[in-house]
Ligand binder design. Structure first.
Ligand code: SAM
Length: 211
């Protein structure tokens, strides 16, 4: 998936993936996944997700990574906070108390930039990437946040009915990506209300990926 694809989406305001409500699986499984008070939580491909605000309110420190600068700016504007902005390695870093958003390509993120990460919250991140990028993405996260437990949310549907993103990701692929020793049995699977894009029957699932 080319960067231009996402920049276009943000420029045109075609951000159907953005939820105004907090993700129900996050609320249900944050405790199970250890996304609790005092934990440092990485939110890859974070957009301007309100889920980050929910994590902040629970006492987590949030570190997000997002390609599109306008998304990052919109997030802070909507939060009503003026961040400090600096250039760090390949990223523009937006920072405020307990929240740092790195603007740039997730594939360039490093352990040095992230520091110790306790948990990863992945909603609409893995599934936003095509298959070849998913491998590189998981490899990057493994190297950048080696001690993190992940709460991962995926979609599964007939890929022939919709080209993606979001892409359909099966349990078999998750085992291949994360390893059977890390991927725990699914936490929950529910039909997506109204279907994907309002037409394709899909199942949304929550997973725990161990350290
Ligand atoms: C489907 S959206 C999900 C956003 C957010 N997770 C949410 O739940 O609202 C995917 C986001 O990833 C960003 N993105 C795409 N490719 C990226 C990359 N290589 N590095 C960082 N962010 C990327 C896009 O700009 C977009 O905001």
């Amino acid at each position: 998936m080319q960067h231009a694809f996402w920049h276009d989406k943000w420029e045109r305001g075609e951000i159907g993936f953005h939820q105004k409500d907090i993700n129900a699986f996050l609320v249900r499984f944050a405790e199970t996944a250890g996304l609790t008070d005092g934990k440092r939580v990485l939110v890859p491909l974070c957009g301007k997700s309100q889920d980050m605000t929910w994590l902040l309110q629970r006492g987590c420190e949030v570190i997000g990574v997002e390609l599109n600068e306008s998304a990052v700016q919109q997030y802070f504007a909507e939060l009503g906070i003026t961040p400090t902005v600096s250039d760090v390695d390949d990223f523009t870093c937006y920072q405020a108390p307990d929240i740092t958003l790195y603007c740039g390509d997730i594939l360039s993120i490093t352990p040095k930039l992230l520091g110790d990460i306790d948990g990863v919250y992945d909603r609409a991140a893995l599934v936003a990437l095509p298959e070849d990028m998913r491998r590189a993405y998981v490899k990057t996260l493994k190297a950048a946040a080696p001690k993190a437990q992940h709460l991962l949310i995926t979609f599964e549907y007939d890929q022939a009915l919709h080209s993606g993103p979001p892409f359909s990701v099966t349990e078999a692929e998750l085992i291949e990506l994360y390893g059977s020793e890390r991927l725990q049995p699914g936490l929950a699977s529910e039909p997506l209300e109204g279907g994907l894009k309002g037409k394709v029957p899909a199942v949304e699932s929550a997973w725990l990926v161990n350290k």
